[in-house]
Design a protein around this ligand. Structure first.
Ligand code: URA
Length: 193
């Protein structure tokens, strides 16, 4: 299986109600060899129109932060916990997140990223259910449990939460700037272990 197979499966997916009102599926985009996987919450209006993740205002801010970290958007992979837009941008429901999880798991297994950046509380709580984003943002962590133990996670606030909040914006930029250093460390320890 490769990322195109997942794209096709997501396009045909009828496992939950979200496909009923969505215009397009948004499986994710980027490099199959990405060192960094970004996981957001759910597609919004613009993403639903274009079938691509993070192409609206939050996405523009994410791309800006990547540039500030000298990371090319094409070199990472960006996706969401659910692959269709929830009506009126409501939060994805627990059963929708669970139905969609096998696609995310397959993406992770194929890409094998060095670090998984969890954008906001929905992505955080899918892997680390007991943690609060306000407590753990900007700290890299491994987690116990079958969903999480193999990976290094780096939770940050969701870019949309920082759009109109200058304090949050500064915090998010500060956290994201730790990412290149973290990645370098992980790669170094992978080589020496
Ligand atoms: N917010 C998300 O969580 N994901 C997107 O793709 C766009 C906005």
């Amino acid at each position: 299986m490769n990322l195109s197979d997942i794209r096709e499966k997501v396009k045909e997916c009828r496992l939950c109600r979200l496909c009923e009102e969505a215009n397009n599926s948004v499986p994710g985009e980027g490099s199959e060899n990405a060192d960094i996987l970004f996981i957001g919450e759910a597609p919004g209006k613009k993403e639903d129109e274009m079938g691509m993740p993070f192409v609206g205002a939050a996405g523009k801010f994410l791309t800006e932060m990547l540039s500030a970290c000298n990371i090319d958007r094409q070199d990472v992979f960006i996706t969401n916990v659910v692959k269709h837009r929830p009506p009126a941008n409501r939060d994805p429901l627990p059963d929708e997140i669970s139905s969609c999880f096998p696609y995310l798991q397959d993406q992770i297994d194929i890409i094998q990223p060095n670090v998984i950046v969890l954008l906001g509380r929905h992505a955080l709580n899918r892997f680390l259910p007991d943690l609060r984003i306000s407590d753990v943002h900007g700290s890299a962590m491994r987690a116990q449990g079958p969903l999480a133990e193999k990976h290094i996670f780096f939770p940050v606030y969701h870019p949309a939460s920082a759009l109109y909040n200058p304090k949050m914006r500064d915090t998010l930029i500060k956290d994201m700037k730790k990412l290149p250093v973290l990645l370098k460390k992980i790669k170094k320890s992978n080589v020496s272990s």
